[in-house]
Structures are given as C-alpha cells and as structure tokens.
Ligand binder design. Structure first.
Ligand SMILES: C[S@@+](CC[C@H](N)C(=O)[O-])C[C@H]1O[C@@H](n2cnc3c(N)ncnc32)[C@H](O)[C@@H]1O
Length: 166
C-alpha cells in the first residue's frame, strides 16, 4: 500500500521537477537557442527557468492564462491556445530552433495525458535543435530522442537528448 500522503506526493513531484529542470539547464549550456515552457500554468516552473536561464528567450504556452501577474511572460513570449493549434505555428515566432522544451502538461486524468502525449511529442520535436533537451512530467517520444537517465529520484520525470535531424 502506498503510505505517501497527498502532501508527500506533491513535495516529491515538485522536488523532482526542480531537480530535473536544473539538470536540463546544465545539459544545454553549450546548446544555443530559446527555451519553451509548454504548460505555463501558475508560472512556477517558468519562474524557475527564467531564474536559471535568464539570458535565454523563454516562450510560454498554455490554453488560458492562470499565472499570477509576476509570473507571466511579456506578450511577445506568451502564446495562448490549445497546443494542437499553437505549436504547429510556433517556429514562426522563435528566433531559432529551441535548446530546451519543458512540457509540463500532466493532469490527474492519465488516459487524457497519454492521448495528448502521442501527438505532443512529434509537435515538440519539430521545434527542437539538434543537441537540445526535452523534459516532461509525462512520457513522450520522437524517433530522434534518446532518453537520459533521470532515475534516483522518488517521482517520475522524463528527460531526452534530441539527435540530429534524419
Ligand atoms: C501541470 S499544469 C502546468 C504547471 C506549470 N508548469 C507551473 O509550474 O505552474 C499543466 C498546464 O497545461 C495546460 N494544458 C494542458 N493541455 C493543454 C493543451 N492541449 N493546450 C493548452 N494548454 C494545455 C493546462 O492549462 C495547465 O495550465
């Protein structure tokens, strides 16, 4: 039986998220390009990304805006609308292919998340530079991605290195 409380699970999730974001920021040190925050939500991870990677442009995506005013990107770096519509057009706004994408779109509905993951991976892949890193709270896949071991932490979080274009 899982004896972890909801509070324990929340702490584990947020700790894993912060550790993986920090690992990903280190992994892209030599990779030029902007950062994509796919799931702005309340702006917690966006705020952490900009603390770590303040010298990069960070573009944030969500269906609707529900982050507090202090954690909202400027209008040139905020794209609202369903990912299915905003991500296929995202390259038009990016200055270059992205060095890092953080896809934080998970909900309590695992079946919905899995269905979304199936189309989200390829859409994200189309925006990424060779050598870039993709980080997500749900398992994604694309043919040119290689999983980076993210084990050793007590909450699943997923990290991939993007290979060259075929
Ligand atoms: C787990 S929350 C993001 C939390 C955020 N990263 C933070 O630290 O505050 C997931 C977000 O993804 C957004 N989302 C999920 N599926 C979406 C879709 N298909 N299109 C647009 N936004 C979506 C939700 O609106 C929600 O704000």
């Amino acid at each position: 039986m899982d004896t972890a409380s909801r509070l324990d699970r929340m702490i584990a999730r947020l700790s894993a998220q912060r550790a993986h974001i920090e690992a990903a920021a280190a992994l892209i040190r030599e990779v030029p390009g902007p950062v994509l925050e796919i799931g702005l939500g309340k702006g917690r991870t966006f705020d952490h990304l900009r603390k770590l990677l303040g010298d990069r442009e960070i573009f944030a995506y969500d269906g609707t805006l529900h982050a507090p005013a202090g954690a909202v990107p400027d209008p040139d770096h905020l794209v609202l609308g369903d990912f299915r519509e905003t991500l296929p057009a995202a390259m038009e706004r990016l200055p270059a292919p992205a060095a890092l994408a953080h896809a934080d779109f998970g909900s309590e509905d695992r079946a919905r998340d899995a269905a979304q993951a199936a189309w989200l991976g390829p859409l994200i892949d189309g925006l990424m530079a060779p050598g870039a890193v993709v980080l997500s709270d749900r398992e994604l896949s694309a043919p040119r991605w290689t999983a980076i071991d993210g084990s050793g932490r007590d909450w699943p979080y997923f990290l991939w290195r993007v290979g060259p274009r075929p």
